[in-house]
Design a binder for this molecule. Structure first.
Ligand SMILES: NC(=O)c1ccc[n+]([C@@H]2O[C@H](COP(=O)([O-])OP(=O)(O)OC[C@H]3O[C@@H](n4cnc5c(N)ncnc54)[C@H](O)[C@@H]3O)[C@@H](O)[C@H]2O)c1
Length: 345
């Protein structure tokens, strides 16, 4: 079977590709396990590296812009499963409304239309990555977690575009054009590389920067709980969502498993994992709260419940010390501490 990953050069696109190459098989829309023979990594940026998963013989690199409907039509293949990960992040979409709407909403519709044009039966699987940012104004009692079926009233443009995408996936599925499933992602930590344009970028930076001997600046209040997940749990759960048998209902969205964590809890986990003798090597952590950004994070819903994800047997998010250890194992090559291991392929 074939897989198309949009946003294939991004953080999660590359990790998902690595996971699928290792796993080797997925459940097709006919319900049978089949070998993954080809993975197309589609992105509007060219690969930063020609090694790693980009060099794997089963991987095909396609460069193009999903806001171009013809490009999406050309990209699509009969019966291919689509993991739609490309998108403009929360900070960038809030700064540039037109870009956010064009990529996150029009681009998603272009892809869904391209799947529809294949006319495949049974309909191909389409995994859409939404976000907990769809929950802005909530109507649950304070302290009550926000569940899968609570009303989605985003408080930013990013969340609005993701909420629209969820509705598109529901209706394209109801019409039989795709077999859609929407995962509402919490913040995935620890993201490697440079900070990105997400408002919640510091939930990774607070671990990543000190481990590289670099100062981490925290624009969000340290005590604010925010739902996070580990990279490994997130990727495994996206694949469980793909392979699952979805109950017969119009709503195709669920909250992926998450664990509320404050920046202070992440700092504590960092200092627990790094040996005391090496604490002095860690980069400084500096508080510079930006009340606007703290407000945006506060408006995202701090506690979620995950009834549907649990029904599907998804993986629990590990504790934060394990999250730090996983980062050191998977991406720790250039960190300043000794307890790291280089990942094999
Ligand atoms: N990482 C997280 O914490 C998180 C949390 C919630 C939701 N999500 C969602 O998960 C998805 C993947 O996240 P990520 O962290 O890998 O993001 P990322 O920014 O690392 O990757 C997104 C990729 O999309 C590509 N892209 C942007 N515009 C495009 C366009 N017009 N055409 C083609 N490609 C385009 C970018 O070049 C980038 O490589 C996103 O849709 C994001 O909204 C992520």
């Amino acid at each position: 079977m074939e897989v198309i990953i949009t946003g294939g050069q991004g953080f999660l696109g590359q990790e998902l590709c690595r996971h699928l190459l290792k796993k080797g098989e997925l459940k097709t829309s006919s319900g049978v396990m089949q070998e993954v023979q080809r993975i197309c990594l589609f992105d509007n940026v060219a690969p930063a590296t020609t090694s790693g998963v980009n060099a794997h013989p089963k991987v095909v690199i396609e460069t193009g812009d999903l806001t171009n409907a013809e490009t999406c039509q050309r990209l699509m293949r009969p019966n291919a499963s689509v993991f739609h990960l490309a998108g403009v992040m929360s900070g960038a979409a809030e700064k540039d409304f037109d870009l956010g709407v064009r990529v996150n909403l029009d681009g998603t519709r272009n892809l869904l239309d391209a799947c529809r044009a294949q006319g495949a039966s049974p309909a191909p699987k389409f995994i859409f990555t939404s976000s907990l940012a769809v929950f802005g104004e909530t109507y649950v009692e304070p302290g009550t977690p926000v569940g899968d079926t609570d009303k989605i009233v985003p408080k930013n443009t990013y969340g609005m575009t993701k909420a629209c995408g969820e509705l598109l996936v529901n209706d394209y599925t109801r019409k039989g054009f795709v077999d859609g499933r929407t995962a509402r992602l919490p913040t995935v930590i620890v993201r490697p590389g440079l900070p990105n344009a997400a408002t919640t970028s510091c939930y990774s930076g607070v671990i990543r920067e000190p481990l590289h001997g670099v100062e981490a600046v925290l624009p969000i209040a340290r005590d604010l709980p925010h739902p996070v997940t580990s990279t490994r749990a997130l990727i495994a759960n996206l694949v469980i969502l793909h392979d699952a048998t979805w109950p017969d209902r119009v709503d195709r969205a669920l909250n992926l498993l998450s664990r509320p964590s404050s920046l202070q809890q992440l700092v504590d986990a960092l200092y627990e994992v790094v040996a005391p003798a090496e604490h002095s090597k860690l980069g400084k952590i500096v508080d510079k709260e930006d009340s606007f950004l703290s407000g945006v994070v506060r408006g995202m819903g701090s506690h979620l419940s995950h009834e549907r994800a649990k029904e599907l047997g998804m993986l629990e998010v590990p504790n934060m010390a394990t999250v730090v250890r996983e980062f050191l194992e998977d991406f720790g090559e250039k960190t300043v501490v000794s307890n790291k291991r280089q990942r094999v392929a």
